[in-house]
Every structure is written in C-alpha cells, then in structure tokens.
Design a protein around this ligand. Sequence first.
Ligand SMILES: [Zn+2]
Length: 219
Amino acid sequence: MLSILLSLTLGFSAIDQEKLPAAHVETIARDVIEQLQIDMRVKPSLIVTERPEPTPLGAMLYANGKCVIIINTQKNAWAQWGRFLDGQNTSNWDGIVAASVAHEMGHCLRESREFVASFSLENKQFRGLQQVSNTGLPADMVFKQELFADAVAVLYAQETLAEQASEVIETMIQARSKYGANDPTHNTAEVLKKLLSKPMLRDDHETLGQAAKRMLETL
Ligand SMILES: [Zn+2]
C-alpha cells in the first residue's frame, strides 16, 4: 500500500496556492458553473473549504437533485493539481481548470444518472474493473460516472476553449492513462480517444448532457 502512495506523491510536481491561488480557481469555477447550469432545474452551488479527501475539486450529489461543487484547498489535495498542471503547460492552466470544473458539473447533470443506468460496458473492461472495486460503490458504476463526466469536459473544452481545446483535452487524456494503473476506475483514456475520433457536434436542440450521452452511446 505504501508503495502506491509513494508513486502517487512522487510522480508529479506538487502545486501549492502560491502557484495556483484558490481564489483564481473559484473565479474560473463560477464562470463554468454559470455556463453549464442553464439546463439544470436545481441550480448547483459552490463552496471553497478544506476537506480530508485527496482531490482538489469534487461534486457532491444529494437525493433531491441538488449538487454542490467543492473546491478543496487542503494542502495535499491542492498538490494533486500537479497531475494536470506543470511548467510546460502554464498557458493552458486556466483552460485545464475550466475543463476540470466542467467534469465535476458533468457529475451533476441528470443525463449522468441516465447514462450510468443504461450503458453497458464491454465485458473486457468490466472484468478488469471488478478486481479493483474498493470504494464501496460498484467499480463499473464509478467508471461510467467518470466516463460521462470526462465526455462533458471534452465537449465543454471543444465548444468554449477555441485553439486551446486540443491541448487541454490531450493533457486530460494523458493524465488519465498515466495514473490509470493506480486508478483504473478513472482510466477513461481509451474510450475518450475513440470519442474524439468521431465528429463531436451538438445538435441544435440538445443540451450538453444529452449530447455527451448520445455520443458515448453511439461509439
Ligand atoms: Zn469525476
């Protein structure tokens, strides 16, 4: 167990609040949430707080449909931004943070629940995932949730980040495969590559969530 923890913490250069201030992430998050909440009946809220979870961004879903996006400023969690942000991609940091918020918003969309309920994974993927279920939730369900949220992030990036989009998406996919061995339920890289090989255009009548669901279901 210790070796896994070590490889996670030594595998990337840590980010702190001096490099990436929480207030800056909050500004970007408010903007992305504003854009993506238009199709939602119950509007999400945003909190900035310190929590024990190891991730700097999260989404919490309540049974009544309410969703809370969490910016987690706890030091070790904040360091995890280093999975995506490094000295080579500083000009894309804002775009990568925005796409990460779009991912969390993807968890809030009604279509996420619909997709998880209706989509079946290929047997091979499913067998690999069963071996790693240790979260309390079925691993295939976690994988489907992450896949849907990533598809929302990719669509969001393509629609709003203009010339930055392809580099931001590439960063996301690289991080997914790089940390996939430690985190198989989040290793969506192969499916995302397949998704990107097809035209990803939203129909006029479609919400972002509906488009993500349709594109994943017709891969
Ligand atoms: Zn997620």
